[in-house]
Each structure stands twice: as C-alpha cells, then as structure tokens.
Design a protein around this ligand. Structure first.
Ligand code: T1G
Length: 683
C-alpha cells in the first residue's frame, strides 16, 4: 500500500500521505508527492490540488533516520520545485505540526490553510542544521526576513494564529473540517494566477534594514553560544534578500551540507533519538497496565517540595502538600503562588491558569491527608534516618497500591524501601533544582521496585513535562556520581598549581554555562560552612573566614564588580598556594589541555563504570542526564557521545597518562578499556 494516494473531489485532486508516526518525508513519500503532482498537472480535468496528511500530523519533517545514508529517490527540493512550478493552485491543508521539511512542503504550495490547533516551524537548527529544501529562501519571501529569523535560527514552532498574522497561513479553517474546507478553498482559487513563495517580495524588509541581522545576533548571543547552525541560518535568511532565488537556494545548500557533515549535527541528531530512547525500559512490556495517578502527596514545602508540587499542579494533577509547621507551610505555598504569578507576568501562563493550578493544591499539617494519594513524594532533609522514619510513617497511612517515592539525590533507595512493608512500591524520583524548571528527572529503580510502578513513573514523568532517565541504586545515581570525579579533580588541580580561573574557563570554553568555582561563588561559599572563622580546614573555610563568601559578598574565589563581572584574585591564589604548601604539594604550571582531560575523561570513565554495573540502561541515557541536568553542551552530544568523537583509545591513553593524579580511588572501567582496545564506541 503506497504511503501516498490521490483522491478526486470533482475538479480538485487531493494528494494524501499516510506515513506513521509523523508523515516524515522519506523517499517513498517524496516519490508519492512527485507522482501526485504529475498526475494533477497531466490531467486537464484537474483544476486545483490539495496536499494533506492522514494520521496525527502534517509532514513533521524529513525522515531523520535517512540522514547520513546515501540519498534515494527525488530530493525534497526537486519535489517541491515541481509542486510550485505548476499553474494549478496547490493548497497545503495543515494539522498537527508542519515542521522542517513539512513546513517547506507547505511553503512550496501556493496557499496554506490550517486548523486552529496546528503549529508550523523550522526546527532544523535544533538538529544542528538549517532547512535544506529552500525553506530559508521561500519563508522570508512570504513573511519577511524579520519574521523568518526566529523561525529559522531559534527553531521554535508558531501557532496557526501567529502564522496567519505574519502571512504564512492564508486561512484558519474548522478544526474538524480541514479536508473539505481545504478543497473548497482550492476551488475558490481556480482560474486565478498562482502566488509562488519563491517569487514573493516580503524579504525586502531585510534589504531596507540590514541591521536586523546583527540586532538578532546580539539579542540571542548567549543562548546560541557555541552552536554553528544558528549563524548559518542567519546567513541563509540574509542571502534570501541579497541573491536571486536560485542563487539563494545554492547558498542554503552549501551551508546545509557543511552542517550536515559536521560533528555538531551528528551530536544533536544523536540527542534527538537519545531523548526518546530514554523513555523506553528495556526489560518491561511497554503495554503493561499502569497505576492510575489521580492524586499526589508531597512532604515538605521547601524549595524542592514546592517545585515538585508545581510540576503536578501545572499538569492538572491535585497535590496535597504537608509541612510540620504552619509558617513553613504558608511560606511554601506562598512561594509557589509567586512563581506562578511571575510566569503569568511573562505571558507564559494566564491568570486563570494560575488559579486553576493553585486551586488543585491542598496544604496540610497532617500526614493522614495522604491516605488516598496514589503517589507520595518526600522531599525532606537528606538524612537516611529521617527518610526511613518518614517512609515507615507513610507506609502505615497511605493506601495499599500507592507509590512511595524519595527525592533523595544520592541516598540508597533500597535501604529507604526496607523501612516499609511495600518495597515493590518504593523508588526514587530525583528532581533537579529548581524542580519546576529543570527538565531532568532521574527515576531510581530499587531492587524490588515493581515493573508497573516503574513504568507508571516513566509515563507520569512525560505527562508532567520531564525528561526522565532510569538509574540504578548507587551513590549519586548517574548525574551526581559523574559530577563527583570532576569536582575532585578541580580541587586537586588548583592544589597542584592550576589557576582556578583556568579550570572555570576550560569548562566555559567547552560549552558549560559556568565552572565549579564560579558556581560556588554563585551558590555562596558559606553553604554548609561550620561558621567558625578560627577553624580553617579547607580553602573554602579560609575564604569564608576572610568574608569572601561569594557573589553576595562581592568576593569569593573571584572579585566582583557591581555588574557581577568576575576578576581572578591574587589573594585567593595565595591562599590556595599556602594550603598546598601545608599539604606538601609541589605546585607547577598546568596547561588548559591537561585541565580539560582531567576534568572530563574521569567523567567518561565513571559513565562507563555506571554502564558496566548496569546502573544505566544505555550510554545515550547518560548523555540525556548530563545535557538536561548539568548543562553539558548539546552540540557535543553528551559525555559518552563526545568521548566517541574524541576516540575511546584517546580517552584511555589520557587517563593512563595522568595516572595517580586521578586520585587513589580512581578505577579504570573495564568496559571503557575493552571498547577502546576493540576500536568500538559507546553509542
Ligand atoms: N524523522 C524520523 N522519525 C521521527 C521524526 C522525523 N523527523 N520525528 C519524529 N519521529 C519519530 C520519533 O523518533 C518517535 O519514534 C515517533 O516519531 C514519535 O515522535 C529537509 C532536513 C513531530 C513534534 O525536527 O519534533 O526536515 O520513538 O516521540 O512527542 O529541511 O517528533 O516512537 O520510535 O517525538 O508527539 C525536521 C522532529 C527534520 C521534527 C512529535 N523536523 N520531531 O512529537 O512524538 S530535518 C523535526 C518532533 C528536516 C528539511 C530538514 C516530534 C513531533 P519512536 P515523538 P511527539
């Protein structure tokens, strides 16, 4: 059965694609579109054409699984040129998400109609690419360079309403009458000259005011730092105003191919599939019956408890939140309301949505109110005794069959489960702070955690908008366990003479949002400090005693000006040197290359240990954790994909070269060594 068929409705020919799950524009679909257009143009009784899709969405892009393989059948560009060149009106009938190549199909049509819920976008930049089928040349000619820039360079989709406003969509039709409305629209255009996007002139706005391109670069500099595709996107949109259509398409192709053959796009396409693979639990039937989660309980209304609660409230799931003291409870619920109101002020939520969310919250001082919850999450102090006490109490109150979850960031979930009579219903749900913002969720699978409990949690994670990864029970699970060797090396490096600002700069230049010493200054050096200025047992104690407690005191590791710009401090460098001397550590010059290897290679090794111990299902899950939880730069694909691009043999050689500097408890992963020796990769 062909993935593309045609239907006659009087003098209108409808070309229908049905290529689940998202009508990706694979070779068969492209061929089908060409055949459909040729049928329409070759039949005089056909006066107009509609292009539409069955299933959940209009074409959602090129078939990413085809990338990197030899191209087959007609290219999308060829198919679209054929579609646009005819004199019979071609109408795109859009529902779902017309993305990437899908949006380019719509642009090659002479008209576009969409249902109200439809979205249109060019997200190629999120795959390290730019549109490759003339999207960067047609879009500006239809909507102008200014409106095209964010679509091409940021890659977020826009609503059908917004698309109509900027002229990308000609008409919004009935949500349930797309097929017939599109045919009627096409019929209404019979006999009129067809408007071709490639002949549009809206792109002149970028010619009249070329400053829009630099303004766009400035405005988005931070979020685009390190990525190659955004700049290519800007150049392609600019070319649409400066070159003929044909030359602009050539320019786009040249930029596209540079990106397609680059590491960044390979990394970001890896991540696209890695994020989706993380949802899959290899040894559990995906169709297992789930536990209905109608009501959630959260213990603790502090930063974590409040943030965790907001995830469920925003997804329309009622939450009962319990604190020990009324003032702590009031403070917590007040903070949640303030967070929502701030989101509403930014226009990302309406006031009634704020009331709706807060209306689902039941504050309480009594554990008994947890009795009918289907899931209870504790976010209390990170102390095993306290956690076990809480779980034992919950076990006696919460109905049988409910899930009891700990938000612990490194404690042993099996030990916590042992405090209950229902270890099958216990697991870890490790949210990252701020819990209502950070996408990552580590789902910690206890030894006894039941399959339906685990799968329910994974599905629930997606429902509350989290990117979840299953982790095994080990100290720090996946993320924090790999952070630990990096932190240890950072401390060792500065004691051996490395400049602490070089350590930060190496991670900044690699693409992290900031380095460990900047991070400490931001968080405050006095977190967890014993507060006795006479007791100086670490560099941090010394700095706190000097009142250098971080940005909030204007100085920490760095000196800060009123704009919080950081400057390295010789005083701090001296404090570190004195400590090193006291510990008899010989200081030396340390290169940025050595710093980078000693910060990142031990992380890769720890990731390999996690894999060989079965604490993570797959290497790509580790990439998902680090990209979403710790700011590992997306354009390198995550620690394990990055190690593959470095070469595992080079990683092993680097670790062996640094030998005992990696610390006495460093243990080389056998999996890493074996893969390196066999010339294999993690992914
Ligand atoms: N190609 C191949 N498979 C795709 C795909 C695609 N473009 N999009 C989704 N899938 C698979 C996905 O792997 C998953 O598979 C299933 O479909 C459901 O996806 C020439 C070069 C459309 C918003 O970047 O953003 O066009 O896990 O779980 O949450 O200029 O998928 O079930 O086996 O994400 O409802 C540009 C990518 C490509 C859009 C739906 N297009 N897709 O989200 O479902 S480059 C994109 C999405 C391009 C042209 C250039 C989302 C979605 P499985 P899902 P969802």
């Amino acid at each position: 059965m062909s993935v593309v068929t045609t239907e006659r409705h009087g003098d209108v020919l409808v070309i229908v694609s049905d290529n689940p799950p998202v009508n990706a524009l694979g070779a068969a679909v492209r061929q089908g579109l060409v055949d459909g257009v040729e049928e329409a143009l070759g039949d005089d009784s056909v006066k107009a054409v509609v292009v539409r899709c069955d299933g959940r969405t209009f074409h959602a892009g090129a078939d990413i699984t085809e990338f990197g393989k030899p191209p087959q059948g007609p290219s999308l560009g060829e198919a679209l040129d054929k579609m646009e060149a005819g004199d019979k009106p071609v109408v795109a009938a859009i529902h779902g998400t017309a993305l990437g190549g899908g949006c380019e199909v719509a642009l090659a049509c002479h008209y576009r109609v969409a249902v109200p819920s439809a979205k249109l976008g060019l997200p190629e930049v999120k795959l390290g690419l730019i549109p490759g089928a003339a999207g960067t040349q047609r879009l500006p000619r239809v909507v102008g360079a200014k409106a095209a820039l964010p679509m091409v360079v940021i890659g977020d989709p826009i609503s059908a309403k917004k698309a109509k406003e900027i002229g990308l969509v000609d008409e919004i039709v009935g949500e349930d009458t797309l097929a017939e409305d599109a045919i009627a629209f096409a019929r209404s255009k019979i006999g009129q000259p067809v408007p071709r996007s490639s002949e549009g002139t809206a792109n002149e706005d970028g010619v009249k005011d070329p400053s829009i391109f630099d303004e766009f670069r400035q405005k988005n500099g931070r979020r685009l730092r390190g990525f190659d595709a955004p700049e290519a996107g800007i150049q392609a949109v600019k070319a649409a105003g400066e070159m003929s259509y044909a030359d602009g398409v050539k320019k786009e192709r040249e930029l596209f191919m540079q990106l397609m053959t680059g590491t960044q796009s390979a990394a970001m396409r890896h991540y696209f599939f890695a994020e989706r693979a993380a949802n899959k639990i290899d040894d559990i039937d995906p169709n297992i019956d789930l536990i209905p989660i109608r009501k959630v309980g959260v213990i603790g209304a502090g930063t974590m408890g409040g943030g965790i609660s907001m995830n469920f409230l925003s997804a329309g799931i009622p939450v009962t939140i319990v604190e020990m003291q009324q003032d702590a409870l009031d403070r917590g619920t007040g903070t949640m309301r303030k967070n929502y109101e701030r989101t509403a002020q930014r226009g990302r939520m309406t006031d009634e949505q704020v009331e709706q969310a807060m209306g689902l919250l039941t504050p309480s001082l009594d554990y008994a109110d947890f009795a009918d919850c289907d899931l209870v999450i504790e976010a209390v102090f990170e102390n095993m005794d306290i956690k076990k006490e809480v779980f034992a109490k919950l076990d006696g109150i919460v109905k049988q069959g409910a899930i009891l979850a700990s938000n612990t960031s490194y404690l042993n979930v099996d030990e916590i489960a042992s405090a209950t009579s229902r270890p099958e219903y216990v697991l870890g749900l490790h949210f990252f702070s701020p819990a209502n913002v950070m996408k990552l969720l580590e789902i910690v699978r206890g030894e006894k955690t039941a399959d339906d409990v685990l799968m329910t949690s994974m599905k629930l994670a997606k429902k509350i908008g989290k990117i979840a990864v299953v982790a095994g029970v080990c100290p720090g699970f996946i993320g924090n366990r790999m952070l630990s060797p990096r932190q240890q090396q950072a401390q060792k490096l500065i004691m051996e003479g490395a400049n602490y600002w070089d350590v930060d700069d190496v991670l900044l230049d690699f693409g992290f949002p900031m380095g460990p010493f900047q991070m400490s200054d931001l968080a405050g050096l006095d977190i967890g400090w014993h507060r006795d200025p006479e007791r100086i047992e670490s560099v941090r104690d010394a700095l706190c005693a000097m009142d250098r407690r971080g940005q909030k005191t204007g100085a920490g590791y760095y000196d800060y000006d009123e704009a919080r710009n950081r400057t390295p401090s010789d005083d701090v460098k001296k404090v570190i040197a004195e400590f090193a001397e006291k510990q008899g550590i010989e200081q030396r010059e340390i290169s940025k290359e050595e710093i980078k290897e000693r910060l990142l290679y031990p992380m890769v090794n720890e990731g390999a240990l996690i894999l060989e111990e079965g604490m993570s299902q797959r290497a790509s899950d580790i990439d998902v954790v680090w990209i979403n939880g710790y700011g590992w730069p997306l354009y390198t694909g995550g620690p394990m994909f990055w190690a593959d691009t470095v070469g595992l043999d080079n990683v092993v050689a680097g670790l062996e070269k640094h030998g005992d500097r990696l610390g006495e408890n460093f243990r080389m992963s056998k999996l890493l060594k074996d893969k390196a020796a066999a010339g294999e990769k993690f992914n």
